[in-house]
Every structure is written in C-alpha cells, then in structure tokens.
Design a protein. Structure first.
Length: 367
C-alpha cells in the first residue's frame, strides 16, 4: 500500500503525457513555452479569477506577492506555527517578522480571535508594523476567510491565501484561489494537483499585481529580458511541468470526488478527525487524526506498519520551536494547541486510488 499512489495515476495519463512531451520536444521552448500560457488560462478559469501566474514552487508563490508589496524589515506578517516551514520562511527571507497565531483545535487552521488579539498586541507594542496575514488551508481545509478578510479590512492588512494543500477545495460556491488579495498554491508531486518536480501558481484579480508577479518571476524583467525593472528571482515554471499539470487537470475533478469518498469512509469509522466546517469542501490533500497521546500514536504507527500501512506525521515540530526561528524568542507553551497537535497527530494514506478494502484494513487497525 502506498501513502500516495502516483504510479496508478501515471498509468491513466501516460499516453496523454507522451503526446504533450513530444510536442515540447518538437517546438523546443522548454522555458515559458506555449504550455505555460495554456496552463495559466485553464487554472484561472478553474478557480474563477482573472489571473493565474505559474512559478517554480509553492514557496515562490508565497514569496513573490510579499516582494511585490515591498514587505521587509520592521514589518509583521501573521501566520500559523502549525504548518510547513515555507510559510514562515518566506517572511524571514525578506527580513520581515513572522508573528505566530495558534490554531483551532478542530480544523487546525488559524484561530481568528487569537489573530485579532495578536494584531492588537503588535500595534500596542509599537515595534513592528502589521502588514499582512498568511492563513494556511491545512491538509486541504480552507481557513475562515470571511472572518479573516473582515479583520484584514479593519486593520488595513493584505491577505495571502496559502492554498498549497487546498487547490480544488471550496467554501460555498467559491473555489480556493479566490480568497484574500492573492492566493498561492503548490504543485509539489504529493499535492492533489502535482507535477513531476517543483511548481506553483499565484492567483489574483488585480491586473497591476499580476504584471508585477510576472516580472518578479523572471528576474524583474518585462519587455526587455536583459533590463530588470524590479528586484526579482528565477521563479519560472518549465514547459514539461506545465504539460504534466495540463494532463492531470483532465482527471482532477474525478480524483477530488474519489478523495471525498475515501474521507467519508474514514470519518464514518474513526474518531478525532480534522473538522470540516459546514459548506466547506476539502481537497483532502492529507487525512489526519488526533490520538489520545504520543504513546498511543507510536503504538498505532507500529500496528499499521506491521500490516504494511505507511503513515506520516505532519507536523512533528511547530515552527516557533524550530532552531531556525529561535531568534524570535518564542518558548514552549506559547502556542499550546499547535504544540499538543504535534505530539498526537497522525496522517493516514490518502489518494484517489485507495480501495474500500484498503481503507477498511486501516480503520480496523485503529479502532
């Protein structure tokens, strides 16, 4: 059994991939070829936004909007410590300060009451200027964007939706990619929509920002590739990865439906699953449960391993306790929910090609 099964998926799309790869070998535009334009148009149409700007990774998809806004030293950007490190890393790379906010125990996403309190405390201290919020749609469940957008408007802050794990998810009739000022997603191979390397995309309805993002991803250049108008980076997606994503898009909605069925089977039989609010639909990038203790988690992992069932822990260490972020001087106990989840959370196999029997086997080892 695989934790994520990319082989079965590849067998479904192999012939289409060959056609697309042969086309690239014929035209020879390996960087920013016609596949990039086609992909960006289809991604924008899928989400219902004006602009989708492809880039080299989900990390760059977060970094580029921060660069476009000029965020840097003295600025505070609010986010969660219970996520992958890239979310906080891009803030620190620009010299800004990540200000962490604990999460809801139910959804594992940023707690909006604590978010507003953190903003108020930062303003009161007067050492940093609040500039932006980066909520994370953890494991595929969107954050509470209605409340987050209200808070952002109240304090004049920008919002970047970190949709690295949630592409394809919805709140009501709105797809992920349409919340906040801008959204960022990742096409890392393990994501619900993933390429065969690194890749990402940025989504916005703002024409001026879209043009800035396009310039920044190519070393700050616009019409003259040898004259930089902005400080940028090498953040382009290559044509081969775009081809993979275009082919995977043809079966993406079907795969999301299969993920939903697997999630329902898990949820009907297991306790302490990640909560999905009413009117929310997750992309089910990961399926996670919370055990009673770290000891029970270790016992469960061992039991599943004996039955050749792989597991993973996302995330073993909250970001505020990582050595790289020790300069922020956070301590154990500062974010108790994130710290507790890191000791008890366990992710189970989740991909569209798990059989009902596979899921039943997993459930029987946990009940």
């Amino acid at each position: 059994m695989d934790f994520i099964d990319l082989k079965t998926q590849q067998n479904r799309i192999r012939e289409g991939l060959k056609v697309r790869f042969d086309r690239i070998l014929e035209h020879g535009a390996y960087i920013m070829g016609p596949e990039i334009t086609e992909l960006e148009e289809k991604l924008a149409d899928y989400c219902g936004v004006k602009h989708a700007i492809s880039c080299s990774s989900g990390t760059d998809a977060l970094l580029i909007p921060l660069m476009a806004w000029g965020i840097g030293p003295g600025d505070a950007v609010f986010t969660t410590p219970f996520t992958y490190v890239a979310t906080a890393e891009v803030i620190s790379l620009l010299g800004a300060t990540p200000v962490f906010v604990d999460v809801y125990e139910s959804t594992f996403n940023i707690d909006c009451e604590k978010l507003e309190l953190a903003i108020q405390n930062t303003i009161a201290e007067g050492k940093l200027t609040p500039k932006a919020i980066i909520p994370v749609d953890l494991f595929g469940v969107p954050a509470r964007y209605r409340l987050i957008e209200e808070i952002a408007k109240k304090y004049d802050l920008k919002v970047i939706e970190d949709a690295a794990q949630s592409f394809g998810a919805t709140i009501g009739d709105r797809k992920v990619g349409t919340f906040g000022d801008v959204a960022a997603t990742s096409f890392y191979p393990a994501k619900p929509l993933g390429c065969y390397g690194d890749g990402g995309a940025i989504f916005t309805n703002n024409d001026n920002l879209a043009n800035k993002y396009k310039a920044i991803r190519i070393h700050g250049t616009t019409s003259d590739r040898y004259h930089s108008e902005l400080i940028g980076l090498n953040g382009r997606l290559d044509s081969l990865q775009a081809a993979v994503l275009l082919e995977k898009l043809t079966i993406f909605d079907e795969e999301l439906n299969l993920r939903e069925k697997i999630s329902i089977q898990y949820r009907n039989n297991l306790k302490n699953c990640q909560s999905i609010p009413k009117d929310y639909v997750s992309s089910h990038a990961l399926f996670s449960i919370v055990l009673e203790s770290d000891q029970q988690r270790n016992q469960t992992i061992e039991k599943l391993e004996q039955n050749d069932v792989p597991t993973a822990i996302y995330y073993k260490c909250p970001i505020h306790l990582m050595k790289a972020f020790s300069y922020l001087r956070y301590q154990k106990g500062d974010f108790p929910i994130s710290e507790d989840l890191s000791k008890r959370i366990l992710s189970l196999p989740m991909h569209p090609y798990l059989s009902e029997d596979d899921v039943e086997l997993i459930i029987n080892q946990i009940q």
